[in-house]
Design a protein around this ligand. Structure first.
Ligand code: NDP
Ligand code: MG
Length: 388
C-alpha cells in the first residue's frame, strides 16, 4: 500500500488524483493533504479518505475546518499556514508526494520532501521552472524519483522507458494552441478572463487555463522539460497539435519518433506516475482512432504568443531569469483574473521584468525567494506609479 500526500488536493489535479486513489483503494492510502480556501471540498475529502493530517494555508478556512472537526469529534491533526505544507510532505510514513498546488508556493515543500526521501509526482511545474537546478540535484543526492504528472512530460517519460537518453535527438512538445489559436494580437486586445479560461480540450484550474491561452504554459513546460530530461533548449521543439491526442514525442538519433497517445484526460498521467513502474487499469475513455480520424500539426505563432519565445530566452539565460519569468506571470495572471490589467499586458509585464532584472546564479532557495519578492515589488511599484 503506497502512502500518499497531496499538496493541493482541492484543485483540479488534486481532485483527479483522488479519483485515481479511489479506483485503487488496495494500492494507495491518502495520509495527508493540503487545501487553501475551499472549505466544502476540504471537509468532503476528510470524510471520505479519513487522512491523519491536513494542512490548510488559508486562515479563515483553517478556523472553519477546525470547528467542524471539533463538533464531529474527528481525530485528525490540522496544521495552519505554509509551514504545514512541509510538515505533511515530510512525514515519516509518506512515500510519495503529489505536488498539485498552483504557483511557486510548491517549491519549498517539494525540496523538503525530496530531502526527506520522498518520491515526487510533480504537477506543480512552477517548482521546476524556478528551482529546477536545486530540485534535480537534490533528487539525485537523495536518490528519489521525480515522476512527471504534466501530460506532455508524462508522455515523454513513457517514450523514454527502455531507451538511452544519449540517443535522443530532440523532444517534440505538443500544445493544443489554446482558445486563441489562429488569432492575431488585434483580436486579443479585448479578451476577458472568462474567454481566457475556456480551454477547448482540458478542464483545469484558472491560472493554468490562462497560461495555456497565452502559451506561457508551454513556455513553462519547455523549461520543465529541460530540467526533467536534461535536454538542451535547442533540442526542445513546440508543436501545435489542436486535437490533443498525441501528448508529446521523442525523436531518436536513428530517426524514430516515439509518441504517446490517448484521449486528453489528466487521470492517465497521474495514474502512471503513482503506479510507476507498473501500469494501472483503464480509467479513462479508450482512444478510438477512427473517431479521431486525423491528427494535425502547426508551428507556433511566436509573434502573437510572444510569451513562449520569452520562456526560451529566460531558460537559456538560466540563473534567476526563469524565476523572474514565472513570478511576473503569476502576478500578472492574477491581476488579469481580477480585471486589473488587460490580457495582452500579461506578456508585456513578463517582457518588462525580464529586461529590468539583472541575472544572478542560484546558490540556494533563498536566491529564488528573494528574486520572487523583488519581482513582486517591482511590478507593484510600477503599477503605483501608473496609478498616480
Ligand atoms: P487549481 O487552481 O485547480 O488548484 C490549486 C490547488 O492549490 C488547490 O488545492 C488550491 O486550494 C491550492 N492553492 C491555491 N492557492 C494556494 C496558496 N496560496 N497556498 C497554498 N495552496 C494554494 O490548479 P490545478 O489543479 O489546475 O493546477 C495545479 C498545478 O498543476 C499547477 O502548477 C498547474 O500548472 C499544474 N498542472 C495542472 C494541470 C491541470 O490539468 N489542471 C495539468 C498539468 C499541470 P483551494 O482550492 O482549497 O483554494
Ligand atoms: Mg501540460
Amino acid at each position: 500500500m503506497k502512502k500518499i500526500c497531496i499538496l493541493g488536493a482541492t484543485g483540479s489535479i488534486g481532485e483527479q488524483t483522488l479519483e485515481v486513489i479511489r479506483g485503487q483503494k488496495d494500492d494507495f492510502k491518502l495520509i495527508s493533504f493540503s487545501s487553501h480556501k475551499n472549505y466544502e471540498k476540504t471537509i468532503r475529502i476528510i470524510k471520505e479518505f479519513n487522512p491523519k493530517y491536513v494542512a490548510i494555508t488559508d486562515h479563515d478556512n483553517f478556523k472553519k475546518v477546525i470547528e467542524y472537526c471539533k463538533e464531529n469529534s474527528l481525530e485528525i491533526e490540522l496544521l495552519e499556514g505554509v509551514n504545514g505544507l512541509t510538515t505533511i510532505s515530510t512525514l515519516d510514513e509518506i512515500e510519495i508526494v503529489v505536488t498539485a498546488v498552483v504557483g511557486m508556493i510548491g517549491l519549498v515543500p517539494t525540496l523538503e520532501a525530496i530531502k526527506a526521501g520522498k518520491d515526487i509526482a510533480l504537477a506543480n511545474k512552477e517548482t521546476l521552472v524556478t528551482g529546477g537546478e536545486l530540485v534535480i540535484n537534490a533528487a539525485e543526492k537523495y536518490g528519489i524519483k521525480i515522476l512527471p504528472v504534466d501530460s506532455e512530460h508524462g508522455a515523454i517519460f513513457q517514450c523514454i522507458q527502455g531507451n538511452e537518453m544519449s540517443n535522443i535527438n530532440k523532444i517534440l512538445l505538443t500544445a493544443s494552441g489554446g482558445p486563441f489559436r489562429g488569432k492575431n494580437k488585434s483580436h486579443l486586445l479585448q479578451v476577458t478572463p472568462k474567454e481566457a479560461i475556456s480551454h477547448p480540450k482540458w478542464n483545469m484550474g484558472k491560472k493554468i487555463s490562462v497560461d495555456s491561452s497565452t502559451l506561457v504554459n508551454k513556455g513553462l513546460e519547455v523549461i520543465e522539460a529541460h530540467w526533467l530530461f536534461n535536454i538542451e533548449y535547442k533540442n526542445i521543439e513546440v508543436v501545435i497539435h489542436p486535437e490533443s491526442i498525441i501528448h508529446s514525442m521523442v525523436e531518436y538519433k536513428d530517426g524514430s519518433v516515439l509518441a504517446q497517445l490517448s484521449n486528453p484526460d489528466m487521470k492517465l498521467p497521474i495514474q502512471y506516475a503513482l503506479n510507476y513502474p507498473k501500469r494501472g487499469n483503464l480509467i479513462i475513455n479508450q482512444l478510438d482512432l477512427f473517431k479521431v480520424s486525423k491528427l494535425t500539426f502547426e508551428k507556433p505563432d511566436l509573434k502573437t504568443f510572444e510569451g513562449l519565445k520569452l520562456a526560451y530566452d529566460a531558460g537559456i539565460s538560466g540563473g534567476i531569469m526563469p524565476t523572474v519569468y514565472n513570478v511576473a506571470n503569476e502576478v500578472s495572471v492574477n491581476l488579469f483574473l481580477n480585471n486589473k490589467i488587460k490580457y495582452l499586458e500579461i506578456v508585456d509585464i513578463i517582457k518588462d521584468c525580464l529586461s529590468a532584472f539583472k541575472n544572478e546564479p542560484i546558490t540556494s532557495v533563498e536566491t529564488i525567494l528573494e528574486a520572487e519578492t523583488n519581482v513582486k515589488k517591482y511590478i507593484e511599484a510600477k503599477r503605483n506609479l501608473r496609478e498616480v
